[in-house]
Design a protein around this ligand. Structure first.
Ligand code: UD1
Length: 443
């Protein structure tokens, strides 16, 4: 079991750069299944969710190599369209293989996905859209057996701008017959990155980032080389850490337009943001001001993934801030742990009322999910004294060696292993062992 030991109470200062975006690399790795050739992907972050995705690609028969932050996937000899239940359960993004396997092999046998427990996270929109495009999907318990004689372009109207559903439709129709139009797609920068990767492989996709995406199906996709965009959620996490500690930091490799939805809130808190091309300097006041109201929304709204890190900063602001979480219904699970630092946050359904306190005290806490875990690290950085944050396996899903990035900003944070496994690690290991027993019993 690993945990972070953090000695807080000092301001962050220094320069840090961003790794590639988790929410770009995962769909792009799923998209590599569509390509009859080699995809060379640069700026791939070294995250546990990426390793799990590479394992899935390997088991499908793709050749995968990773060297530093460059991953090469060759799907020319893909030989399977089945993904084990345990692999599907480990992360939500595994569901993106549904679209890409149908697109490439016209067959897929997958299970309902897992991931952080931040809401019920259904996949009804994915299934409905894929059925409309010609896939036959039979649900047997948690297993989804899919086949399609052909995928034919159609107009698909999404009732909600779901990131995953938009990606699955793009993956399923990039190689297809006819033209597909997605009305009300997600507009996140990661959707644009997926479209840009697919277009480099020969797909014909336009309108990504806008209110309609048009995909003219092509016969096949070819090899390409692509660089994953920088992680805007990591940038906003560093910004929150800076704000919470009255810091003054420089973040390199940012794309300013990707961060436009968060800038106004940091300004409202009294932070100053200076931009120079892909560099940002953010300076925070001694005491932050409250933010009147934040609603998390699909892009270009305030990102739900930036909500918990910002809440940690607002817990030491002067006055009362209100956050309404509109995207995931269960995204305040970290609040109980944050309050152990002396924060004063009340949650009522989807609304958190944050009564800013003057200072936080050190505490021993555990992460409840990926972004909530980052919030606890930020609170520990702001709190005087030595804190510990346990269950950092959640944090490792989305932050590459978080302690190194924060260390570059002067944070006193250590990763410590006590040689024991926590309950999550034990149950994941047990589950994997059961799965491999089942697999070997069937082979
Ligand atoms: C992706 C991101 C996640 C981010 C989220 C919103 C990845 C790997 N993950 O998740 O980090 O927090 O976008 O920006 O890119 N919904 C349904 N039915 C569906 C699909 C979604 O009801 O078929 C609901 C979800 O339960 C949720 C909301 O729609 O309440 C948003 O989900 P979605 O945009 O699909 O997020 P993900 O793709 O899961």
């Amino acid at each position: 079991m690993e945990f972070f030991e953090i000695t807080g109470g000092s301001s962050l200062r220094g320069e840090v750069s961003l790794h590639g975006a988790k929410n770009s690399v995962l769909p792009i790795l799923a998209a590599a299944v569509l390509v009859n050739g080699e995809c060379i992907l640069h700026n791939c972050p070294n995250l546990s969710d990426v390793s799990r995705t590479l394992d899935i690609l390997n088991k499908l028969g793709c050749t995968v190599t990773a060297e530093e932050n460059t991953v090469t996937v060759n799907s020319s000899n893909i030989s399977s369209y089945c993904i084990d239940e345990c692999e599907m359960r480990e992360m939500r993004s595994s569901i993106l293989f549904l679209g890409s396997l149908i697109g490439r092999l016209k067959n897929a046998c997958v299970y309902l996905p897992g991931g952080c427990e931040i809401g019920t996270r259904p996949i009804d929109m994915h299934i409905k859209a894929l059925k409309e495009l010609g896939a036959e999907i039979e649900e047997k318990g948690s297993c989804l057996c899919c086949k399609a004689r052909r995928i034919t372009g159609k107009k698909i109207i999404l009732p909600y701008a779901s990131v995953g559903a938009t990606e699955n439709i793009m993956l399923c129709t990039a190689v297809s017959q006819g033209t597909t139009t997605i009305i009300n797609p997600a507009r996140e920068p990661e959707i644009c990155d997926l479209a840009s990767f697919l277009n480099k492989c020969g797909a014909r996709i336009r309108g990504a980032g806008e209110s309609e995406i048009v995909i003219e199906g092509v016969e096949g996709l070819h090899s390409c080389e692509h660089t994953i965009i920088p992680d805007r959620i990591l940038a906003s996490t560093y910004m929150s850490a800076c704000a919470a500690t009255a810091g003054d930091i420089i973040i390199a490799d940012i794309v300013p337009s990707h961060l436009a939805p968060v800038f106004p809130y940091f300004n409202e808190m009294g932070c100053h943001i200076y931009l120079d091309k892909n560099l940002m300097r953010i300076t925070a006041p001694k005491r932050l001001k409250r933010v009147k109201k934040i609603n998390t929304l699909p892009y270009p709204g305030f990102p739900t993934d930036s909500q918990s890190p910002l809440a940690a900063a607002l817990s030491v602001a002067k006055g009362t801030s209100v956050i309404k979480e509109t995207v995931f219904e269960n995204r305040f699970r970290y609040v109980g742990q944050l309050n152990r630092f002396g924060a004063d946050i009340e949650v009522n359904d989807r609304i958190a009322v944050i009564n800013g306190v003057k200072k936080l005290n050190a505490a021993n806490v555990e992460a409840t999910d990926l972004r909530g875990g980052a919030a606890l690290v930020i609170a520990a950085l702001a709190a005087e004294g030595v804190s510990t944050v346990d269950k950092i396996n959640y944090i490792d899903r989305g932050y590459e060696a978080f302690e190194n990035g924060l260390g570059r900003l002067g944070a006193n944070i250590k990763r410590i292993s006590n040689g024991k496994e926590n309950e999550e690690e034990k149950s994941a290991k047990y589950y994997r062992a059961c799965c491999s027993e089942q697999i070997s019993a069937h082979t």
